[in-house]
Design a binder for this molecule. Structure first.
Ligand code: HEC
Ligand code: HEC
Ligand code: HEC
Ligand code: HEC
Length: 227
């Protein structure tokens, strides 16, 4: 079975399994429940296969353990940037930048790298065939600027996060970086916020200090991370 299919199938069971006992990493019962009842199910659900260690998995996989960040992100402009590409939306901006406001850009490979998660990369966004329900569902969780657009592909570090949830042990942020998570800084944002975007305004280059707090989700204290 290909890694991508494992992820797709796992996604369905994960929602059921994790919503049941993993409302948030702060819930005191979580680690115990994972260790007893659900551990193997969760491990299976999160498994993305060795050959796809750095594959994208979709924002829904993060929601299970980071519900607060997910909820906040959902309200953010980033979560909705796929809608911009639909015909009739952001018409003024499109016209001002020589784009066709009547055109559907949601399948345009020149737009998708910055308006989806991981387009063209392992596990990343793929334009779904309209009659392929599984592909449509998976694409939904990779549309827009998602968790992994900033934090890096989940396949690299989900095992570590699972271990942290189970063990409740302390960790240092360097362990996250070693596992493949991005260190957040201007370079992460300028992957997209650069002159290749058709609406980029060279007179207003990306200002990280100004944009940092606006661009991310609300922040919530971490319990296990050591300074
Ligand atoms: C290099 C990354 C990149 C590419 C490629 C890209 N965009 Fe964007 N797009 C952005 C960023 C970042 C923003 C927000 C900041 C800005 O407007 O520069 C944005 C904003 C927009 C907006 C403005 C939305 C609003 O209402 O403010 C439109 C419209 C848009 N993009 C359409 C497109 C279309 C259509 C394509 C393909 C033809 C495309 N983009 C390709 C990065 C990109
Ligand atoms: C995968 C591409 C991508 C990445 C990575 C990304 N952005 Fe964006 N960002 C966009 C797009 C596309 C929009 C357009 C949303 C809109 O106008 O509705 C946007 C909009 C914004 C906005 C809304 C303000 C505006 O210009 O209209 C802020 C603030 C922002 N981004 C900050 C950040 C910060 C800070 C980071 C890094 C921590 C970041 N972005 C990373 C693609 C990206
Ligand atoms: C536009 C970029 C961006 C996106 C998209 C994004 N994050 Fe973040 N996230 C950040 C930044 C910036 C920080 C602060 C990191 C730091 O200071 O080292 C952060 C911090 C976090 C933290 C640490 C605790 C906290 O609340 O600060 C968690 C957990 C987290 N993000 C999860 C998520 C999840 C889950 C998603 C998707 C639902 C997501 N992030 C989407 C930029 C982003
Ligand atoms: C099985 C549960 C689980 C899943 C799924 C999960 N995480 Fe985590 N994550 C954790 C735990 C536990 C911590 C440590 C929390 C603490 O210190 O309180 C953590 C920490 C983090 C941090 C903070 C890193 C730091 O130290 O600055 C970020 C960012 C983060 N996760 C992002 C993500 C993203 C993005 C996804 C989806 C691709 C994801 N997580 C999926 C359990 C999970």
């Amino acid at each position: 079975m290909s890694a991508r299919w494992t992820v797709a199938i796992a996604g369905a069971s994960l929602a059921v399994v994790l919503t049941f006992f993993c409302a948030g990493v702060n819930a005191p019962a979580v680690a115990g429940d994972v260790a007893t009842f659900g551990r193997s199910a969760v491990m299976a659900a999160l498994a993305v296969g060795e050959d796809s260690a750095a594959a994208y998995v979709g924002s829904n996989k993060c929601k299970m353990c980071h519900a607060k960040q997910y909820k906040s992100w959902k309200k953010n402009k980033h979560a909705k940037v796929m809608d911009i590409l639909k015909a009739g939306n952001s018409s003024e901006k499109k016209t001002a930048h020589n784009l066709d406001p009547g055109k559907d850009y949601t399948t345009d490979a020149t737009c998708l790298p910055c308006h989806t998660v991981g387009f063209g990369k392992p596990g990343g966004y793929v334009v779904p065939a309209a009659d392929d329900k599984k592909a449509v569902k998976r694409a939904k969780h990779l549309a827009g600027v998602g968790c992994e657009s900033c934090h890096g592909p989940g396949g690299a570090y989900l095992d570590l996060h699972m271990d942290l949830l189970k063990s409740k042990r302390k960790y240092k942020v360097e362990e996250m970086y070693a596992a493949g998570m991005n260190k957040l800084g201007a370079d992460v944002c300028t992957q997209c916020h650069n002159e290749k975007g058709p609406t980029f305004d060279p007179s207003h280059p990306f200002d990280y200090t100004k944009m940092k707090d606006l661009g991310a989700h609300d922040h919530f204290p971490l319990k296990q991370r050591e300074p």
